[in-house]
Design a protein around this ligand. Structure first.
Ligand SMILES: O=C(O)CCC(=O)C(=O)O
Ligand SMILES: [Fe+2]
Length: 278
């Protein structure tokens, strides 16, 4: 593996990553690397099989459905702290429902949530990777499928329970660092190239926030010659990145939705555990 001479994702198998980066999560926390990419972590055929199942079970809209009755451009299968965290009771009940749903949703296929957790455990060394939970033991959702239809975009943003969401009443608020693990299930179709995430070499600070709020981050990034990288994924590829780095996903084009399995990760070198949720 060549040394990362510029700020580009590190893609290799776990053994090689660990050789070059003996403490991978610390490297992510320091944004020394934008991302770790594990190619073919999950079988592409299983991605397709599960997407068919989601459509059959009505968990997502069939992209062929042009009736126009359902106009959502993002559909989630799972529990989102970002969207539901305002009501902790409701959030935790919803998460319990997700655990029940996921208990059999993958029957007959490899379990993609397990794939994500197993890979993360390898990167986390002796820290224990587990589903985030409150002190009374109630668990958060373990991961979430996000189905993004035509036009959906994530403008430049960060994800952080404290720095962005300003939540202080959750067990995950104690982690200084937040990462995401994203497993590509399906790329959006587009003539030429498909929609892919872009990471900027810019850790969020309060000074950056006005540029996020005013949607002028692209100009700020250009003026300051900030490095960026595109994370080119194929179905089955898994990547981990620091969600305090400004990141974005350009608009989905074409009729095929972009589908990912995503989770957030709470990390601090001083903690015995690494918490995972969605
Ligand atoms: O879908 C992706 O690749 C990244 C989405 C995102 O912004 C996130 O997971 O925080
Ligand atoms: Fe994000």
């Amino acid at each position: 593996m060549p040394p990362a001479s510029s700020w580009s994702p590190v893609e290799a198998d776990l053994k090689t990553i660990l050789k070059e980066y003996p403490d991978p999560l610390r490297a992510l926390a320091e944004a020394r690397v934008p991302a770790f990419i594990l190619r073919r972590a999950y079988a592409p055929a299983h991605c397709q099989g599960l997407i068919r199942r989601f459509i059959e079970r009505g968990l997502m809209r069939d992209p062929q459905d042009t009736s126009g009755k359902d106009t959502r451009n993002r559909i989630d299968i799972g529990t989102s702290l970002g969207n539901l965290g305002g009501n902790q009771e409701h959030f935790l009940q919803h998460a319990e429902g997700t655990h029940q749903l996921f208990a059999h949703l993958f029957d007959g296929f490899d379990n993609p949530v397990q794939t994500l957790y197993t890979a993360l455990q390898a990167l986390a060394l002796s820290q224990e990777v587990k589903v985030a939970r409150e002190p009374d033991g109630r668990r958060y959702g373990p991961a979430i499928f996000r189905i993004h239809y035509t036009g959906h975009t994530y403008r430049p943003h960060i994800d952080h329970v404290v720095l962005r969401e300003e939540r202080f009443n959750y067990a995950v608020s104690r982690f200084a660092h937040q990462f995401a693990g994203v497993l590509c299930f399906q790329n959006a179709s587009a003539q030429g190239e498909s929609t892919q995430a872009i990471l900027h070499q810019c850790l969020w600070t309060p000074q950056i926030q006005p540029h996020i709020a005013a949607q002028t981050f692209p100009q700020y990034a250009a003026e300051n010659h900030l490095a960026q990288c595109r994370v080119e994924l194929e179905p089955g590829d898994l990547y981990f990145f620091n969600t305090r780095c400004i990141h974005e996903v350009p608009p989905v084009q074409g009729g095929l939705p972009r589908i990912v399995l995503a989770s957030f990760i709470g990390y601090g070198p001083e903690h015995r555990e690494v918490f995972v949720w969605s």
